[in-house]
Design a protein around this ligand. Structure first.
Ligand SMILES: *Cc1c(COP(=O)(O)O)cnc(C)c1O
Length: 426
C-alpha cells in the first residue's frame, strides 16, 4: 500500500501503521530487551527463522519504524540504522570486503570517509584506490582489480560540490560486477534517488538533513536488492555462514540479503547501533524532510546568486549555478534542487575569511551542515588547520574558501547577515 505513494506522503505516513489504540507516533521503545515465554521462540530468533525483536543491538521497534520509512523513501528493499554515518559506511564496506581485498573510491569524499579509506581500512588489510570522479571511464576502469569489491562515491562531493555522473559510475559497476555504494547524505532521497540511477547500496549520515535539527549523530544503510550476488564473486553472500548453522544469505533473504547479513553479522559483532531516542528524532526529521530540502535548496541558490554578483566575493561554487562545472549533471540528477551547501572565496584571503566567519551573527560558526539553522565555516583556519597550505590546496581548501550550510530561515535575513559580515571583513 505504501509503495505507490509519492515521497512527500511516504515521509509523513510511511513505515509505521498503528493498529487501533496504538500510539499515532512510533513510541520511543527504550528497552534493551524483549520478553518471551518459550525457549523454542528464542531459538527460532537466534536461528533467524523469526524476525521478532530480541535485543536492541540487533533491532528495536523505534529504530525499525525509522528504517522502514527511509527504506521506502530511497526505494530500497531493506535498511539498517547505525550510531553514526561513519559506522554506516564502515559496515557497508566490511559487509562485502575483507583483508586482502580492494575498493575503488572517488577522491572527492567527506573528510571522515577519506580518512577511513586512506588510513583505517588499509590497517585492516583493505586497499583503497582513489580516482578522480571526473576522469574518463577508461581511466577509472584501470583502477579495478580482480579482488575489487565495490565502487564508492558521493552524490554531491566534497569540497567542490561536484555532482556524480551516475551513468558513468553505474555502467562501470555493472560491467565489472561490483556493487555501486553511494553516500547520499547531501542530496537526501528527496533530491536524488541513487537506487533508481544504478546504485546498489545507499548510505547516509542522518546527522545532517535527515535529522535536520542538529540533535542526533546517526547513520543508515539502504539495500537496493538489485545486485546479483550469484555473479560468482561474493561467496560470503552465497556460501553457508558457519555462525548461523550454515545459513546462505543470498538464497534465504533475497532481495534484502545484503542488509540482513550486515545486521546479523556485523551489527551483531561490532555493535554500532543507534539509541531508540535518536531513531525517534530521525523519524521526526524525515516527516518534514521534503519541505526542508525545498527551502534549503531555494535559499542556497538565491544566496549563491547574490554572492556571485557581490564585489567582495572572488568566486562561488554551487551546482545550481551555470558557472559550476557540474551544472549539466545537476540539471540531470538533481532536478528539484541542489541542497543547502555552497562555498565561496572571499577577497582578502585567509584573514578576511576568518573575519567574515566571526562577523556572522545569524549564521553560526559550526563544523556542521544540514541543520535547519544556517552555519558557516572557514576550513583553512579550523577543520583543515593541521594540513600545510599545499595539502589544503590539494584537498580543494583554498585559504579564501568559506562554506555556508544554508538553513531554512528567510532568505532576506540570510542575505542581510552575509552582507554585513562581508563589509566587516574588508
Ligand atoms: C557527516 C558526513 C559523514 C559522517 O557522518 P557522521 O554522522 O558524522 O559519522 C559521512 N558522509 C558525509 C557526506 C557527511 O557529510
Amino acid at each position: 500500500m505504501e509503495q505507490p505513494w509519492k515521497i512527500e506522503t511516504q515521509a509523513v505516513q510511511g513505515g509505521y501503521s498503528p493498529k487501533p489504540t496504538e500510539p499515532r507516533i512510533p513510541a520511543i521503545c527504550q528497552s534493551t530487551t524483549f520478553k518471551y515465554e518459550k525457549a523454542d521462540h528464542v531459538a527460532k530468533l537466534f536461528d533467524l527463522e523469526l524476525a521478532d525483536h530480541m535485543y536492541s543491538r540487533i533491532s528495536n521497534p523505534t529504530t525499525e519504524a525509522f528504517e522502514k520509512k527511509i527504506c521506502l523513501m530511497e526505494n530500497g528493499q531493506g535498511a539498517l540504522a547505525t550510531s553514526s554515518g561513519q559506522a554506516a559506511i564502515s559496515l557497508a564496506i566490511l559487509n562485502i570486503c575483507q583483508s586482502g581485498q580492494h575498493i575503488v573510491a572517488a577522491s572527492t569524499l567527506y573528510g571522515g570517509t577519506y580518512s577511513l579509506f586512506a588510513n583505517t581500512l588499509p590497517k585492516m588489510g583493505i586497499e583503497v584506490s582513489f580516482i578522480d570522479p571526473e576522469a574518463d571511464i577508461e581511466e577509472i576502469r584501470k583502477a579495478f582489480r580482480p579482488e575489487t569489491r565495490c565502487l564508492y562515491a558521493e552524490t554531491i562531493g566534497n569540497p567542490g560540490l561536484n555532482v556524480l555522473d551516475f551513468e558513468k559510475f553505474s555502467t562501470l559497476a555493472k560491467e565489472l560486477q561490483v556493487p555501486l555504494i553511494i553516500d547520499n547524505t547531501f542530496a537526501t532521497p528527496y533530491l536524488c534517488k541513487p537506487l533508481q540511477l544504478g546504485a546498489n547500496i545507499v548510505v547516509h549520515s542522518t546527522t545532517k538533513y535527515i535529522d535536520g535539527h542538529g540533535t542526533s549523530v546517526g547513520g543508515v544503510i539502504i539495500d537496493g536488492g538489485n545486485f546479483d550476488w550469484f555473479c560468482g564473486k561474493y561467496p560470503e553472500m552465497t556460501e553457508p555462514d558457519p555462525s548461523y548453522h550454515g545459513l546462505k544469505y543470498a538464497e534465504n533473504f533475497a532481495p534484502m540479503a545484503y542488509i540482513v547479513k550486515a545486521r546479523v553479522q556485523y551489527m551483531r559483532d561490532l555493535g554500532c547501533c543507534p539509541a531508540p531516542q535518536n531513531s525517534f528524532l530521525n523519524n521526526q526529521g524525515l516527516t518534514t524532510l521534503t519541505l526542508r530540502m525545498e527551502r534549503h535548496s531555494s535559499n542556497a541558490l538565491a544566496l549563491a546568486k547574490h554572492l556571485e554578483q557581490h564585489p567582495a566575493v572572488a568566486w562561488v561554487k554551487y551546482p545550481g549555478l551555470e558557472s559550476h562545472p557540474s551544472y549539466a549533471s545537476a540539471k540531470k540528477y538533481l532536478p528539484l534542487g541542489c541542497s543547502g551547501v555552497l562555498t565561496f572565496g572571499i577577497k582578502g584571503g585567509r584573514e578576511a575569511g576568518v573575519k567574515f566567519m566571526e562577523a556572522c551573527r545569524l549564521i553560526a560558526l559550526v563544523v556542521h551542515v544540514g541543520d535547519a539553522r544556517s552555519g558557516v565555516l572557514h576550513p583553512a583556519s579550523t577543520t583543515h588547520r593541521q594540513l600545510t597550505e599545499e595539502q589544503q590546496i590539494a584537498s580543494g581548501v583554498s585559504p579564501d574558501l568559506l562554506r555556508i550550510s544554508v538553513g531554512i530561515e528567510h532568505i532576506d535575513d540570510l542575505i542581510a547577515d552575509v552582507d554585513q559580515a562581508l563589509r566587516a571583513a574588508q
